[in-house]
Write a protein that binds this ligand. Sequence first.
Ligand SMILES: NC(=O)c1ccc[n+]([C@@H]2O[C@H](COP(=O)([O-])OP(=O)(O)OC[C@H]3O[C@@H](n4cnc5c(N)ncnc54)[C@H](O)[C@@H]3O)[C@@H](O)[C@H]2O)c1
Length: 320
Amino acid sequence: MSKKLNVAVIGLGNMGRHHVRNYSEIEKVNLVAVCDANPQIAQEFAQKYNCQFYTNPDEMFQKEKIDAVTIAAPTVFHYEIAKKVIQQGLHVLIEKPIADTPAKADELIDLAKKQNLILTVGHIERFNPAILKLKEIIKQNLLGKISTIKTRRLSPMPHQIKDANVMIDLAVHDIDICSYLLDKQPKQVYGTLEKTLLTDRADSANILLDYAGQSCFVEVNWITPLKIRTLCITGSKGYAELDYIKQEIYLYESNYTETKDQNNLQTIVFNPSEKKAIEVKKTEPLKSEILHFLNCIENKTTPIVTGKMARDALEIALKF
Ligand SMILES: NC(=O)c1ccc[n+]([C@@H]2O[C@H](COP(=O)([O-])OP(=O)(O)OC[C@H]3O[C@@H](n4cnc5c(N)ncnc54)[C@H](O)[C@@H]3O)[C@@H](O)[C@H]2O)c1
């Protein structure tokens, strides 16, 4: 049996706590340390998970033997912490977005590459089993040629996010998913960014990604009193609706006949289509993401979410 990997988590807030819990549940790793700028939080986690705690990553690197790190500190700190992690020769899973500028993302990607280290980014929806199923449906050509994807990621404002607007915090997920489902990058991006309830940063955005012949509409906001995370996709052979939270997909296969009238004008007559529930095996996306990160380290393979993909999503999110 191969040696257990020693892991640590930096940033123990809303997202970091789930990384810690998942690592603690995975047999093949030792959670050796946690690190948070807030000593009370760090100590509380260390007690709960029986590991060492630090408030300073440098001290943690000096004292502990670590192979891999999750960074779930606020976005504004991703670059400086990730740079230190990589310079220590450690593999890194950075929460999304990869950094706060594409130039900083490029530097991290380059540094990790030079040292042959795994760098991946927490674009967690890539591990949502409903998205994986939808990708399979697209590959099986059940939807035909994709015409349009429409995504909605709406909820009340997360009070802790102070260093990012709604594009950086939410839209990076959908931009990445649209490019993943269509297997390409958009040619043009249009959109509007609004300050609806907040006055110091945008809390609402509507984006049109033009993939040349295929379009994606991304609606994100922090001003909706309930949490909505959905995607609809229309193709020449069908239509599907996906719910990220429920991990559900409904598929409607098109059933039509084409006719031409006496003037040779085409008509397409649609027959009713049955709403078909697609079986999705529910899983915790974060657990799958972390297991994949560990597998990439063990097998020296390229992660599903590369630094470049995360950087491209960030660049688009910053256009507005
Ligand atoms: N993948 C996802 O779906 C998802 C969801 C939520 C958040 N996130 C990302 O995770 C990151 C953290 O978000 P959050 O909601 O958990 O924030 P949070 O404010 O709840 O937690 C951040 C934690 O980091 C600590 N911290 C602050 N500065 C630090 C530093 N320099 N070094 C170490 N620790 C530090 C804080 O004390 C806090 O405990 C953000 O980049 C966010 O975009 C991703």
